[in-house]
Ligand binder design. Structure first.
Ligand code: HMG
Ligand code: MG
Length: 302
């Protein structure tokens, strides 16, 4: 399989990243982060989620954030919705894409969305129907595609099972998520292959958390299979409140550096992206969790 010549990155920092911060992040800061990401050339940004504020208070300002964004043509702004209640609230804020999120592990499904895998599919079914009726495409996350914080290793067959169910209810695209970042390249390739039995390469993405430092290697492994869409997080922000100890996604800066070095186009201006990462990291009072951003910021100072 030839490596892709173009890669599309979805920056999930405003959602996956900021859902996991202990200190409150004002809506205005989230909006400014989205503005800086689009100024850096990101064409797809996962902005927020319409989940229960009791479960994830960090995303309670979802409507305010969506309303604050000065939208750029050609940019897709997606939001997470676990059920119809979330979808209805989301729809009013005019997202471009809906994300439903299931899991390949029963225990994680219960802890994260309070229902079994089968029940989650039944909750997603009317969401997909309503989204399609509103001409909105739907992406489906398959969490714990490699490992689960409660069940340990997850077999590729579990990923194939969820991908098949998502396909059956009409989910347009899926992303294979290594929620806790325990995956290594061959395991990630096996999970991808299981999902690829139901979705073709244009409808599948990788979403790799970097807890064990494997996210870049896993990205390369998926790229070698022809996968050309990845979720990444500016400054390496992120984690899931229901996957304790998991760190952020592959830093967007690191993935852009990798792809640029391989001659693969992303349409992203790395310098502006580093600025966006520095902006949110300054606000959070820490350094960007990205080796490429750190190197480039040090070089600027020298
Ligand atoms: P539940 O308690 O079973 O829901 O939670 P319920 O239907 O029984 O409703 C209970 C209460 O929640 C009611 O309010 C509802 O109105 C409210 P009350 O009467 O008690 O005041 N409620 C809602 N409020 C706002 N928006 C909604 C909504 N739905 C119900 N959409 C539920 C089920 C799914 C709502 C809950 O478990 C939940 O919100 N979970 C979200 C967890 C989450 O956001 N996790 C992080 C995102 S996933 C992730 O990070 C992984 C990913 O990055 C991929 C990867 O890395 O693996 C995507
Ligand atoms: Mg995630």
């Amino acid at each position: 399989m030839a490596k892709p010549t173009t890669v599309r990155l979805v920056d999930v920092g405003p959602r996956d990243g900021l859902q996991n911060e202990k200190a409150p992040v004002p809506a205005a800061v989230k909006v400014e982060l989205v503005h800086r990401l689009q100024a850096a050339g990101l064409k797809h940004i996962e902005v927020t989620s319409f989940v229960s504020p009791k479960w994830v208070p960090q995303m309670a300002d979802n409507a305010e954030v969506m309303a604050g964004i000065a939208r750029q043509p050609g940019v897709t702004y997606s939001v997470l919705t676990p059920n119809l209640q979330g979808f209805e609230a989301a729809k009013a804020t005019r997202p471009d894409q809906i994300v439903v999120f299931g899991a390949a592990s029963e225990a994680f499904s219960q802890r994260n969305i309070n229902c079994s895998i089968a029940e989650s599919i039944e909750r997603f079914r009317p969401v997909v129907e309503a989204a399609h009726a509103a001409q909105l495409p739907v992406r489906g996350a398959i969490s714990c595609s490699v490992g689960c914080p409660y069940e340990g290793e997850v077999a590729p067959e579990r990923v194939g099972y969820v991908a098949r169910l998502m396909k059956e209810i009409g989910v347009d695209d899926v992303y294979v998520a290594d929620t806790i970042g325990t995956g290594t390249p061959h395991k990630v390739q096996a999970a991808m292959a299981a999902a690829l039995a139901h979705y073709d390469l244009d409808h599948i993405a990788g979403h790799f958390h970097d807890t064990y430092g494997q996210a870049l290697a896993n990205t390369l492994a998926a790229l070698e299979m022809g996968v050309w869409q990845f979720d990444t997080s500016v400054a390496g922000l992120g984690g899931c409140p229901y996957a304790k100890g998991a760190t952020g996604n592959a830093a967007t800066e690191d993935v852009v550096y990798l792809l640029q070095g391989m001659g693969i186009d992303t349409g992203i201006d790395l310098d502006k992206l580093v600025d966006a990462g520095a902006y949110i990291s300054d606000f959070l009072g820490r350094k960007p969790n990205s080796r490429a951003a750190t190197a480039l910021l040090n070089k600027r100072q020298a």
